[in-house]
Design a protein around this ligand. Sequence first.
Ligand code: ATP
Ligand code: MG
Length: 304
Amino acid sequence: MNFKGLPETVSLFLCYKIMQEKLRIAIQTKGRLNEGSVRLMEEAGIHLIFGSRNLVSPAKNFPLEVLYLRDDDIPQTVAYGAADIGVVGENEVLEKKEPVEIIKRLGFSKCRLSLAIPQQIEYPGPQWFQGKKIATSYPGILNDWLAKHQVKAEIHVINGSVEISPGIGLADAIFDIVSSGSTLVTNRLKEVEVAVTSEAVMIRNQNLSAGKQAILEELIFRLESVQRAEGKKYILLNAPDDKIAEISSFLPGMKSPTVMPLAEKGWSSVHSVIDENDFWEVIGKLKKAGAEGILVIPIEKMIF
Ligand code: ATP
Ligand code: MG
């Protein structure tokens, strides 16, 4: 950690103060968010001392402490400041309506919250739900959707196994998490409306101390360095000197390609970064332009 523009002694003092503080992050104990949340810590180079059998685990090498919780409790825990940040599904944030701020979308545990009805029913539009009984674990988001479409329906709140409700006569329809849709098919239901889409997000408490804020910035910096490297490859190749201008035009890199002379006169080594999506197209162009000995290497982190 460094503090730009501050004298070294002041910077050291601030570091010392910050190291006494710990950022507390709430993650899911077990379930669909746990693996992604733990992987996030690992990617940031943070090693946790205890697993989720404990309620709390300090980190070995970073001023951070993990609190293992049920996902339903994470928004409130962060809003009240018992945890400073948390990793949770956006659906829980929208449902609980706690005053927390989403600071980062994390790209895993992607799903949607949808309305589904029995397969044999022809669906004419949102008005179909007028006066119907809908089973859900997400009454808040469902209420918002019904209000938006000016539909009055009866909401039946149940926790777990929502999808069996129509089959056993407990409800006319359901409002639940859908990912592949296979659970709906098994229960002879069809998805007719998507209310919201969701993915894992990082949330924060609105009043963090300056020390905790600095630790959070360092954590985000590390995560972004890893995310930036995803889908990127490091490429090295040899090229005749008179082809370097053409070859460089296919390799934008982080700034511009690095070009270094080889021991063999008239040849250079060219290094750059390319996007995995453009990979084969770029390789084709490079070969055509006279590149030889092309090496492609994975990148772990990218720091600007
Ligand atoms: P807990 O015991 O912590 O309360 P839970 O049973 O409520 O867990 P999980 O099933 O582990 O929750 O799901 C956690 C989150 O993962 C959901 O809130 C949602 O954001 C996301 N999720 C749920 N189902 C899927 C799915 N099929 N595919 C992708 N993401 C999902
Ligand atoms: Mg839950």
